[in-house]
Design a protein around this ligand. Structure first.
Ligand code: GLC
Length: 570
């Protein structure tokens, strides 16, 4: 699709990736075609018609490369190989071709801050201290047998792991100890990475989502970080996230790879300040778009420490969201999302009144994020309103970071019950439970009773089969949103129009998109009735009507409406 712009409006450059609607697939949990309890590539191919029906135009597939799966594929042992439980290279090629035939593009996950400890480079580096591969990773001598510094890894504990059979020698990992960081200071390593990226792009994928990329530059002094926990350690983020010097690596990465292709690059870029957005997504930025996390972690003070909960209000979300939109608009383009494989389900996170954690709430959140300026990313299951689970014991969790957060919470003095609460609310497993295709025992994830992760358990209430043919389902609402953004007379405005906040009461998040028309979005993020002022044609509504009194509209609890503004009303 290419939107035809009116000639007088040339301010916004047109690019194919601005017009996409992306659907994120966590392959392990999407559809298990061979009944082994693990989702697979063939499973994605078999469900393409569901995605066509929904109307998405691009898939982001989380890592499917050879991996010991310590972090579910974010630990790659062979960048050009396919993990056997997901299928084969032939399966992937078949998926790319089948998707292409249905006008769906595919982007893959690029994980190049670190590899798996099972990668041949790392194995060689361990086996032979004189091998050139030693310098593909970060090895450092300790301080009399203790780690070289006090940095805490993202998944807990020191970033330094003792090297077996070597005295006082450690290797560095930002994430799990089985995810050793690659040494970007080494030009030979960088050249191998670029060659691999170009190899994939030449294979016919449309681009990459780039994982943890703001971590590739480490402060070369390797000095201690300020201590910020009762473990006596300081977060690695202080010294390795978006640090000076990263600009050289990112400029080179872009020039050597993405810039040479007609492709899209989407950076996972936590830690980038708004002042730096120009460098990241400006005209000559490192990426086409980035995910901004400033509002995604509104419920916890620091994205990776779930015991520091906040008491956020809709007004806070509104401020963060608008700030983010304005900053992105000033620099370039954003990737908008409510959920991903690292976040809990949005219904459970953003809808604070449990009575509305239902189709009303799911549609309200959908409308809130979908029409923001940027490319919308829908995470699997979001389009049917999947929710968080409640687990009784930490034994039921798979996610490394959930297990770490549980133990860190205990260490910080919280009770077991409190620790379980934090993990239930925030666990990354919430978004990773098998997709609920139907109401059967295994939710139609496969035709066996196997599943690598316990299901959420509410598939009799929430499942795709029930929703695809139901006119007022969450799925139908997502379809309508996609239709409106990409295939209606409002599409120029909804894709390329400017973003502007609309003043409203604290609990109402309201904004407009201004192009050849003005389209307004009003979302009441509370369980109270809230009045708004506008006039125009209602394009979408998550209630069957919109009440009017004395020239004002009354939004019901969690009501969301999209309105084409009457040109005569100001
Ligand atoms: C990113 C991924 C996350 C992974 C981490 C380490 O944040 O989204 O799932 O655990 O990087 O690769």
């Amino acid at each position: 699709m290419t939107i035809k712009l009116k000639e007088q409006r040339v301010s916004e450059a047109q690019n194919f990736w601005k017009e996409e609607v992306v659907y994120q697939i966590y392959p392990k949990s999407f559809y298990d075609s061979d009944n082994d309890g693990i989702g697979d590539i063939k499973g994605i191919t078999q469900k393409l018609d569901y995605l066509v029906d929904l109307g998405v135009t691009m898939l982001w597939i989380c890592p499917i490369f050879t991996s010991p799966m310590v972090d579910n594929g974010y630990d790659i042992a062979d960048y050009k190989g396919i993990q056997t439980e997901f299928g084969s290279m032939a399966d992937l090629e078949e998926l790319i071709a089948a998707a292409k035939a249905k006008n769906i593009k595919i982007i893959l996950d690029l994980v190049v801050n670190h590899s798996s400890d099972e990668h041949a480079w790392f194995q060689t580096a361990l086996a032979d201290a004189d091998s050139p591969y030693r310098d593909y990773y970060i090895f450092k001598a300790g301080k009399e047998g203790n780690p070289p510094n006090n940095w805490r890894s993202i998944f807990g504990g020191s970033v330094w792991e003792p090297v077996p059979n070597e005295e006082n020698m450690f290797y560095f990992h930002t994430f799990d100890k089985r995810q050793p960081d690659l040494n970007w200071e080494n030009p030979a390593l960088r050249a191998e990475i670029y060659e691999m990226i170009n190899w994939w792009l030449e294979k016919g994928i449309a681009g990459f989502r780039i994982d943890s990329i703001t971590f590739i530059k480490k402060d070369q002094d390797y000095g201690d970080a300020p201590i910020d926990g009762s473990d006596g350690l300081g977060s690695v983020k202080h010294k390795t996230r978006n640090r000076p010097g990263i600009e050289q690596f990112l400029t080179e990465l872009n020039a050597e790879t993405f810039k040479k292709h007609e492709c899209v690059s989407v950076g996972e870029a936590p830690g980038v300040t708004y002042e730096e957005f120009d460098q990241y997504i400006g005209e000559d930025g490192y990426f086409n778009m980035i995910f901004d996390f400033h509002y995604a972690d509104i419920d916890v003070e620091n994205g990776s420490e779930w015991f520091r909960q906040t008491n956020w209000q809709p007004q806070d979300l509104k401020e963060l969201l608008f700030k983010s939109q304005m900053a992105i608009q000033a620099s370039g383009w954003g990737a908008n999302f409510l959920e991903n494989h690292d976040q809990p389900r949005s219904l459970s996170k953003y809808i604070t009144d449990k009575n509305y954690q239902n189709e009303i709430g799911a549609k309200a959140l959908g409308a809130l994020f979908f029409f923001l300026r940027g490319t919308p990313f829908i995470y699997q299951g979001q389009e049917i309103g999947m929710k968080n689970f409640q687990r009784e014991t930490i034994e039921d969790f798979n996610d490394v970071s959930s297990i770490d957060n549980y133990h860190r919470s205990l260490m910080e003095g919280f009770s077991e019950g409190e620790a379980m609460n934090f993990v239930n609310q925030r666990s990354r497993d919430n978004g990773r439970t098998p997709f609920q295709w139907d109401a059967s025992d295994n939710a139609g994830f496969n035709h066996s009773d196997q599943a690598w992760l316990k299901l959420s358990g509410d598939q009799t209430e929430i499942n795709a089969a029930q929703q695809v043919n139901q006119a007022d389902s969450v799925f139908a609402f997502y379809k309508k949103m996609i239709q409106l953004r990409n295939h209606s007379s409002a599409c120029e405005t909804l894709i390329y129009g400017q973003f502007a906040p609309i003043e409203a009461s604290d609990a109402v998040i309201a904004y407009e998109r201004i192009g050849d028309q003005t389209i307004q979005v009003f979302v009441n993020l509370s369980n109270q009735i809230e009045a708004i002022e506008t006039s125009g044609e209602i394009l979408l509504n998550n209630y069957s009507q919109l009440q009017e009194r004395a020239g004002r509209y009354l939004l019901q609890p969690y009501q969301a409406v999209v309105i084409r503004k009457d040109p005569t009303h100001d």
